[in-house]
Design a binder for this molecule. Structure first.
Ligand code: ZN
Length: 495
């Protein structure tokens, strides 16, 4: 006979301890809520109808990306939009008053936009800066050559790319050619379904054993990035160079171009595929140049969707960030400082240098740039406690740089805290992460060049997977919260 197990009956003492445990766990939960910082996923945060707004904003963004393939096209499209919305060229205005909306086209490759606020200029401006150039492949000055009965373009890549990623994919050609007679030809070939594309060939695996044993940096070298451009020879000659002549003849007939015109041209090769929804839930966007158009597009839209600002709002869309912000269209150029001065001087009867310096020191800036999203497949390069994650909102980065923060501007705690308060008050999903582990690499942004003027600056933007590849990935909710963050910064950031 088995020994019967006693029946468990609850006693008043059991009930009491159960109550105590529940009370305890509620208290612990509350304490945790108060003391710990938890970065929530933004899809969970706000009511579900926010998802619809996020998806709608993503659609606008994707349509813009498909039209603005290069920094020049970004500027052209933005100027068109700005003029439709009543913005005027800054040089056309002798005086500025609150509510005025102006812009300056920086040599067709950068853009400065402003909405004049009600507060005196000397109290400082609210600025957002982001870049509109992206890694790509540029043509060399003497690009055309023929080999093996085919014609190619010689190229020189622009920005930090993994060169092997740019082979065996459809590519398009964009840019401008100034012909010898002074006329301008704007080129955009390969993005519409009925247009031909270009490509860079790769080696077949059957013959690739030597190539495959090389380091990834050498699998495809810079001088191997030759773009396949044509293959029909000029019929009327049997001498060498018939294939090149065939192409030049076509360029002449179709575009009235000669080889000499190509020397001074700016022609860029970019991926030819459009932006696409990624994931069965369509929660992400795959596209070329999220770096940094997922920040520059929200920066543009944020400023054009606000009225009646207290502090003057400015959006800078910079060129040349990917190669160090050089040149007279990059963030190092004085032209952007001159724009701020012009905004100031046109609001004052007697502008003076000292007040202008005070304006700069009283100004605040969000440097909109993307960061790396945590990628579980490549987790070893990240500190998982200090990395941005897909879906957790806009990422703030106090400092970047490399080898012991070298090259970073390192935002001041006072300013950073005021921005985070703004995010919290307005229920904007934010997170913070560095670009990878300490000493794993690093990266730079435009923040330092603006901070050099005395402006308070912090980097913030959208986390990206597969950054600098032809098909980068972002989350739609991060894009939307970046837009919300930029808009609220213009509307509410005060000294
Ligand atoms: Zn970049």
């Amino acid at each position: 006979m088995a020994i019967p197990t006693p029946r468990k009956t609850s006693t008043s003492r059991d009930l009491k301890s159960k109550k105590e445990t529940t009370a305890q766990s509620a208290a612990t939960k509350e304490l945790k809520k108060q003391l710990l910082k938890e970065y929530k996923n933004a899809w969970d945060l706000n009511p579900a109808d926010e998802h619809d707004f996020a998806f709608a904003f993503a659609e606008e963004y994707m349509a813009f990306l498909d039209q603005a393939r290069t920094e020049r096209e970004f500027v052209t499209l933005s100027v068109e939009t700005l003029e439709n919305m009543g913005f005027e060229p800054l040089q056309s205005k002798a005086k500025l008053v609150p509510g005025d909306k102006v812009y300056k086209n920086i040599r067709n490759k950068g853009l400065a936009i402003a909405v004049i606020g009600r507060q005196p200029a000397v109290t400082g401006f609210n600025l957002i800066g982001a870049h509109i150039d992206a890694p790509r492949i540029d043509l060399k000055a003497n690009p055309v050559y023929e080999d093996g009965d085919l014609v190619y373009f010689k190229t020189h890549y622009y920005g930090g790319i993994k060169k092997y990623q740019w082979t065996a994919i459809p590519l398009s050609l964009h840019g401008v050619v100034h012909r010898a007679d002074g006329s301008l030809l704007t080129i955009s070939i390969g993005d519409r379904a009925d247009e031909p594309v270009l490509t860079i060939t790769d080696l077949l695996p059957h013959l690739g054993s030597e190539q495959m044993s090389k380091k990834a940096t050498e699998v495809i070298r810079g001088e191997d990035l030759n773009v396949l451009i044509s293959g029909i020879p000029f019929s009327d000659t049997e001498t060498g160079g018939r294939f090149k002549l065939g192409l030049l003849n076509l360029l002449k007939e179709k575009y009235d171009l000669t080889e000499a015109d190509l020397v001074t041209a700016e022609l860029e090769i970019v991926p030819a595929f459009p932006a696409r929804d990624v994931g069965l839930d369509r929660s992400m966007i795959g596209a070329y140049a999220h770096d940094d158009r997922s920040c520059s597009f929200p920066a543009l839209v944020a400023l054009t969707s606000v009225d009646r600002l207290e502090q003057t709002g400015v959006t800078f869309l910079f060129d040349k960030e990917e190669i160090g912000s050089e040149g007279n269209t990059g963030a190092k150029s004085k032209v952007y400082e001159h724009f701020i001065y012009e905004l100031y001087a046109k609001q004052e009867d007697q502008p003076n240098q000292l007040d202008f310096y005070r304006l700069l020191e009283n100004s605040r800036m969000l440097s909109g740039d993307v960061t790396n999203a945590f990628d579980p497949t490549f987790a070893s390069v990240s500190d998982p406690r200090n990395n941005a994650y897909m879906g957790r909102g806009i990422n703030y980065m106090k400092f970047g740089g490399s080898r012991g923060k070298a090259g970073t501007s390192d935002a001041n705690s006072e300013f950073y805290a005021s921005i985070i308060n703004l995010m919290e008050e307005n229920k904007i999903a934010w997170q913070t992460g560095e670009l990878g582990k300490v000493d794993a690499g690093g990266g730079g942004t435009i923040a330092g060049y603006m901070a050099n003027l005395g402006i308070e600056v912090i980097d913030c933007g959208v986390p990206v997977l597969s950054m600098h590849s032809p098909f980068e990935i972002i989350s739609k909710i991060d894009l939307y919260h970046t837009f919300l963050a930029y808009k609220v910064f213009f509307q509410k950031m005060a000294r």
